[in-house]
Design a protein around this ligand. Structure first.
Ligand code: NAD
Length: 445
C-alpha cells in the first residue's frame, strides 16, 4: 500500500501547500538501487575524540570505500562520523558537543550520523564505561532532531576484540540500505568465523532459507538476498503455493510449500536443505501471523496457533538444523521480532509475547552459536507497508506511519536490507544484536 501523504509532501505542489499550512513534510528516503551492486555515495566528515584507540582502524575502513573523505570541513553536504571512544570524563564529552555543533549544518538530507564508541565492558575503567553509555541517549535524541530531513543517527559499540569487525556495520550504515534504521545500537564483537570481503555481492553461491517468502517482507528478503548473490529456498504454506512459485521463479529460487507448524516440518526442511548439497548459509525465520484480540476475549486457538507459527516452529527448525553441522563455521540465524515485542500493543498480548521470545532466543543462543562459528541476530520491524499493515484501520495506520522520527512507514526492502547486512560473511562479528527497523518509531522508544 502506498503512502499518499508522503507522495504529496514530496510533489512540487504538495511541498508549497504543506509548507504554507505548517504540516509535517517527511522526506522521501533514498534506497539502494535493486538492480545494482552496493555502492557507497557522497562525502564524509570525520571527527575523533582525544585518546581514541580506534582512529586508525576507522581511517582504514573509510579509505577502502569510494566515499569522498573531507579534511576538517566539508564543502557541500554529506555524512558525519564521530569516534567518541576516547571520551572518559564529563569534561571530555564537550568534544562531542563541539564537533556536532560545528558540523551539523553540513549533514545532507538522507545523510547519516554515525557515532562510534566502546561497549562499557571494553572500556579501560568505569568512568570511561559510564561516559560511553551516555552515547545511547545522545544518538537517540539527535535522531529525533534530524529525522525530518530524512537523516538518521546510529551508534556502533566496539566490544573487546571487535575492532576488526567494525568495517561491516560502518559500511552498512553509510549505505542507502540503512535508510530506515534509526537510533539503533549495533555491537561489533570478535568475529566468530573468518571474514570474507566481497562488498558488492557478498552472498554469491550461498544457500539461504527464507520462511514466509511468498509475499510481503519475506518476498523482499528473498529478492534482496538474491541481488546479493544468494540462492534462496523459499518456504510458505501450501495454500500460497502459486504465489510462492511466482516469487521464486522471478529470482531463480527453489520453492518449498510447507506449513512450518505441521508435524515433522522441521525435519522436512532440514532434509530438503541436506538434499541440495552445499552447506546452508542462513535461515531467516520470517513467517509470522497476528491474531489480535483483547486478552479477555482471546480464544485458546488465537493464542496457540500464533505461538506455533511465530515461536514453536522457529525453535523446532533451529533444533533440527543445529542437530546437524549444516550451519557451522559461518552460518547465520535471523529472527524477525517486532517493536510490539519491545513496546507492547493493545490487543497483541499473544503477538508481543511471541516476538519478545524471539528476542530471548537471540539473547540465549548467541554464545553457544558463536562457539560453532554461527551468528544469531534479530530485526524488530516497526510500521512496514505490507498486507499485514494494510489491514489496520485508517486512523491507526496513519498514526503508525507518522509516529516515527522519519515521519513515514518503512518498506519491506528496508527490513530485507538489514537482514542482508547481518547475513553477509563480512558481518561475522555481529552476534546477539537486536535492532529495530522502525525509523525511530516513538512506540516503546
Ligand atoms: P505477511 O502476512 O504479508 O506475510 C507472512 C508470510 O508468512 C505469508 O506469506 C504467510 O503465508 C506466511 N506464513 C504464515 N504462516 C505460515 C506457516 N505456518 N508456514 C509457512 N508460512 C507461513 O506478513 P509481513 O508483514 O510480510 O510480516 C513478515 C514478518 O515480519 C512477520 O514475522 C511479522 O510478524 C513481522 N513484522 C511485520 C511488521 C509489519 O509492519 N508488516 C511489523 C513487525 C513485524
Amino acid at each position: 500500500m502506498s503512502d499518499k501523504y508522503l507522495e504529496l509532501a514530496n510533489s512540487g505542489l504538495g511541498k508549497k501547500l504543506f509548507s504554507a499550512m505548517g504540516l509535517p513534510e517527511p522526506v522521501a528516503l533514498v534506497r539502494e538501487n535493486p538492480d545494482a551492486p552496493h555502492k557507497l555515495m557522497g562525502q564524509v566528515l570525520r571527527g575523533v575524540s582525544h585518546g581514541s584507540a580506534l582512529h586508525d582502524v576507522i581511517g582504514e575502513c573509510l579509505k577502502e570505500t569510494e566515499l569522498q573523505l573531507c579534511g576538517s570541513a566539508m564543502v557541500g553536504k554529506g555524512h558525519l562520523i564521530y569516534d567518541a571512544s576516547g571520551i572518559s570524563s564529563a569534561e571530555e564529552s564537550s568534544q562531542l558537543h563541539e564537533f556536532f555543533q560545528q558540523n551539523l549544518k553540513a549533514l545532507a538530507s538522507n545523510g547519516r550520523v554515525i557515532v562510534i564508541g566502546l561497549k562499557p565492558n571494553a572500556a579501560r575503567h568505569s568512568a570511561q564505561g559510564t561516559l560511553q553509555r551516555g552515547l545511547h541517549g545522545f544518538i537517540k535524541s539527535l535522531a529525533k532532531e534530524i529525522g525530518r530531513n530524512g537523516a538518521t543517527a546510529n551508534l556502533i559499540l566496539v566490544d573487546k576484540g571487535g575492532e576488526v569487525s567494525l568495517r561491516a556495520p560502518l559500511r552498512f550504515l553509510l549505505s542507502a540500505g540503512s535508510a530506515f534504521l534509526n537510533a539503533q545500537v549495533l555491537t561489533a564483537s570478535r568475529p566468530v568465523s573468518p571474514v570474507e570481503a566481497d562488498w558488492e555481492r557478498p552472498l554469491v553461491g550461498k544457500m539461504i532459507v527464507v520462511t514466509g517468502a511468498a509475499r510481503g517482507i519475506g518476498r523482499a528478503i528473498a529478492e534482496v538476498l538474491t541481488r546479493d548473490g544468494a540462492v534462496i529456498i523459499g518456504v510458505d504454506v501450501p495454500q500460497s503455493e502459486a504465489e510462492l512459485n511466482t516469487a521464486m521463479n522471478k529470482i531463480g529460487g527453489l520453492a518449498l510449500p510447507l506449513d512450518i507448524t505441521s508435524e515433522g516440518a522441521a525435519e522436512v526442511l532440514r532434509d530438503f536443505c541436506l538434499g541440495q548439497g552445499p552447506k546452508l548459509h542462513a535461515i531467516i525465520h520470517n513467517a509470522g501471523i497476528t491474531r489480535d484480540k483483547m486478552l479477555s476475549r482471546m480464544s485458546d486457538r488465537q493464542w496457540n496457533m500464533l505461538m506455533q507459527v511465530n515461536l514453536g516452529s522457529v525453535q523446532r527448525i533451529n533444533g533440527a538444523l543445529l542437530a546437524t553441522d549444516l550451519l557451522d563455521d559461518g552460518g547465520k540465524i535471523i529472527g524477525v521480532a517486532s517493536i510490539s515485542g519491545i513496546a507492547g500493543n493493545v490487543g497483541q498480548t499473544n503477538y508481543a509475547f511471541s516476538k519478545s521470545a524471539i528476542i530471548g532466543m537471540v539473547e540465549t543462543l548467541a554464545d553457544s552459536c558463536a562457539e560453532r562459528g554461527i551468528t544469531i541476530n534479530a530485526v524488530a520491524p516497526g510500521f512496514i507497508e505490507t498486507q499485514m499493515t494494510a489491514a489496520i484501520p485508517f486512523v491507526t495506520r496513519q498514526m503508525g506511519r507518522r509516529l516515527s522520527s522519519l515521519g513515514q512507514g518503512g518498506l519491506p526492502i528496508d527490513v530485507a536490507e538489514v537482514i542482508g547486512f547481518f547475513v553477509s560473511p563480512q558481518a561475522s562479528g555481529m552476534n546477539g544484536n537486536i535492532v529495530r527497523v522502525c525509523g525511530q518509531s516513538l512506540l516503546g522508544a
